[in-house]
Design a protein around this ligand. Sequence first.
Ligand SMILES: [Mn+2]
Length: 270
Amino acid sequence: MRSAVTISLVPEASGGPFVFWHDLAAGCAQAAELGFDAVEVFPRSAPELDVALLRSCLDRHGLKLAAMGTGAGWVVHKLRLTDHEEAVRRRACAFIGEIIDIAGSFGAPAIIGSMQGRTEGGVSHEQHLAWLAEALDELAPRAAEHGTTLLIEPLNRYETNLIRSVADGAKLIGSLKADNVKLLCDLFHMNIEERDIAGALSDAGRLVGHVHFADSNRRAVGFGHTPMSPIISALRRIGFDGYLSAEVLPLPDSNEAARQTIASFRACLQ
Ligand SMILES: [Mn+2]
């Protein structure tokens, strides 16, 4: 298992659970100085991301790109893969597709979290799931062209009513034609939705593609009360060798949240 830390380049996401903000070069430098293996980047959109700068920062510091988020599609542009309007669903797919291409050029997966949308407006849950499956089957081959996966992230009930548990996500993946869609298991969402976090990870097995490493209160691991030992044991048992990526609030500040994360990561993995 490898360590990663988040960098948000989305001003509109201010207040959200990201460790470093607004400055790709500074975030990469701090991540490297603390000993992280990788960074997870949230661009405002693909065209607005300075890909050459990202590449030079990663190269200079010997960092990898762990994953790239697509949530700005919702936060900034109000796009969702399950919008009732076909034109909006098309634009949502295009927005994510461009991010898949950039992330893929670094060998990293793109994340579909809030872009999944939610069941609403008198249209059935099944229809929303069908739209989501259709979008994933359209986008996953684009990730496959880069030899990467596409990550679908179950969110908690306050953020979606669509894919809310690891079991929901596994069932959706089971319905797809694509075979390179994996689960992003976020320990904060799981702490709200799962009966047993370690048990859910064990059940998901090889479908676990990425982990958001956060404590019960969305702070750095160790600043909340989720017991990590059974979670790490479960991840070891299923042979997980991906990233534990800190998607946490920058509290008390970015540097302390990052420092606490890497200390917890090392303590958990020793
Ligand atoms: Mn997450």
